[in-house]
Design a protein around this ligand. Structure first.
Ligand code: ZN
Length: 183
């Protein structure tokens, strides 16, 4: 296993539409190793999700895991278990939105306020290549949409509620986190 290098905002790969993974590729040992490396990289940087373009591979894969007490997202206490999504397709199940302060390992040191639909259905392939479906809501629904955006070359800063809500981590903790914890 290996910790992969994370691409930062400005790297063109973060703005490309990623390509689908073929079913024959999924079973390849080097692809399976890549999945393990993505999980390890997400854990190393205390992320709750990571998309393949963020580690310089433009394919439609992401990993997500909300731990019990996420270091980068205090107050979010609903663990999700580890999920690996290959070729995910999302359907919005409601027009109701939730608003969360998002961060991104590719936009280090910053937070931004983003509204997204709060209930979604995801169809995807798991790491065995088996089709799966998952219905999610709340913060996890936001995390999924954030990661899937990476596969279409989008960053959360494209979706800010407004540009006054893009802040540095330190100011986030001082001025905005106390309110965010009440959600
Ligand atoms: Zn991100």
């Amino acid at each position: 296993m290996a910790i992969l290098k994370v691409a930062r905002m400005g790297h063109p790969i973060l703005r490309k539409v990623a390509t689908k993974v073929s079913s024959s590729e999924i079973s390849q040992p080097d692809f399976q190793r890549f999945l393990d490396d993505m999980v390890e990289t997400m854990h190393e940087y205390s992320g709750v999700g990571l998309a393949a373009p963020q580690v310089h591979r433009s394919v439609r894969v992401c990993v997500i895991e909300l731990p019990e007490a996420p270091k980068r997202y205090p107050g979010k206490k609903k663990p999700s278990g580890l999920h690996i999504f290959i070729n995910p397709e999302i359907t919005f199940l409601t027009k109701d939105t939730s608003t969360y302060w998002e961060g991104c390992l590719s936009v280090p040191g910053m937070r931004g306020l983003v509204s997204r639909p709060n209930k979604v259905l995801v169809k995807y392939l798991d790491r065995q290549g088996t089709p799966q479906e998952m219905e999610v809501d709340g913060f996890l629904a936001t995390v999924l949409q954030h990661e899937f955006d990476h596969l279409d070359g989008k960053l959360y800063i494209d979706r800010l509620v407004d540009t006054t809500k893009l802040v540095f981590d330190e100011e986030y903790e001082k001025y905005w986190l106390p309110d965010a914890l009440e959600d």
